[in-house]
Design a protein around this ligand. Structure first.
Ligand code: DQA
Length: 153
């Protein structure tokens, strides 16, 4: 895992999040994924963290990125989007690599349709940040950096 000097954090965006800014703006707002990623990269640089960001609409690609993270990352930030509610495979991948992960949702999924109230991934992540919009990703990064710098990596 990693070069032993720099913390590595993988950021994963699930299906349809590439459409942020134009997609259901009443729910997800006007911020584009590119803006979220730029803010994350700036914060990662300030923390001295190596960050890789992956967006995919394909379950297997997200799983492959989680597997690869074993070789270089110390933590994961993931918005599994709709796969949150359906994907045993994504949950198993997170459990298999065992890296501390923070699950982020832009919207407050608990205030929405009942099918969004259940997360298959929540039991295998360190914590969840829900309903804070794009800020949630930055809070997740700060939380992971705090944890990873306090615990030996
Ligand atoms: C989401 C919530 C999910 O229920 C939904 O399928 C998404 C986005 C969020 O960030 O609020 O695509 O993960």
């Amino acid at each position: 895992m990693s070069d032993g000097r720099k913390l590595g954090i993988l950021v994963l965006h699930g299906p349809n999040l590439n459409l942020l800014g134009t997609r259901e703006v009443a729910v997800y707002g006007h911020t584009r994924l590119e803006e979220i990623n730029r803010a994350l990269e700036a914060r990662a640089e300030a923390h001295g963290v190596r960050m890789e960001i992956v967006q995919s609409n394909h379950e297997g690609e997200l799983i492959d990125a989680i597997h690869r993270a074993r070789d270089w990352a110390h933590g994961i930030i993931i918005n599994p989007a709709a796969y949150t509610h359906t994907s045993v495979a994504l949950r198993d991948a997170l459990a298999a690599v065992g890296l501390p992960a923070v699950e982020v949702h832009l919207s407050n999924v608990h205030a929405r349709e009942p099918f969004r109230h259940r997360s298959l991934t929540a039991p295998v992540v360190w914590g969840q940040i829900v309903g804070f919009g794009p800020l949630g990703y930055l809070l997740a990064l700060d939380a992971l950096v705090d944890r990873l710098t306090k615990h030996a990596t």
